[in-house]
Ligand binder design. Structure first.
Ligand SMILES: CC(C)(COP(=O)(O)OP(=O)(O)OC[C@H]1O[C@@H](n2cnc3c(N)ncnc32)[C@H](O)[C@@H]1OP(=O)(O)O)[C@@H](O)C(=O)NCCC(=O)NCCS
Length: 118
């Protein structure tokens, strides 16, 4: 959660997902309240999330979202990391970021937590 002057400004959630043998994180959702948008809150939530994920040992985060927003925090097309693009999703919107230098390459389809219903 992001707070400013005691008010809730935004929220981010990362959920465990599987790509082949690797456990990765899936970023969703990210939301910033309208009054706090375009002030860097979304970017700060992503960067802090990545910092914590890295510390916990996660090597990749994957997101399905805007290809004009997420690249500013390091995301690029997940296909470059060996993740298959799910059917019906444009490759440009299915992105991943490598969080650790020692990350092994990925290979395979993403399996989201059951609650995503995907
Ligand atoms: C998308 C969202 C999380 C961005 O949060 P934010 O705190 O405003 O973002 P930041 O301040 O870190 O970055 C702002 C930049 O992002 C860009 N941006 C904002 N919303 C965007 C969107 N929906 N698509 C693409 N770019 C967007 C803006 O152009 C802005 O850049 P600029 O000010 O240089 O023009 C926020 O607008 C939001 O909650 N939107 C509704 C929910 C949503 O769409 N969530 C994403 C789900 S994938």
């Amino acid at each position: 959660m992001a707070e400013e002057d005691g008010q809730l400004a935004g929220h981010i959630l990362f959920t465990k997902a599987q790509v082949g043998e690797a456990e990765v994180l899936a970023l969703a959702p990210l939301s910033v309240r309208p009054a706090f948008q375009r002030q860097g809150v979304g970017t700060a939530l992503i960067e802090e999330g990545h910092r914590i994920a890295r510390k916990m040992g996660y090597a990749y985060s994957i997101v399905l979202g805007s290809d004009s927003y997420y690249p500013r925090t390091g995301y690029r097309e997940a296909v470059h990391f060996g993740v298959e693009v799910p059917d019906g999703i444009p490759s440009a919107n299915f992105m991943a970021v490598r969080l650790r230098e020692d990350a092994r390459p990925l290979g395979g389809q993403i399996i989201y937590a059951e609650e995503f219903g995907m």
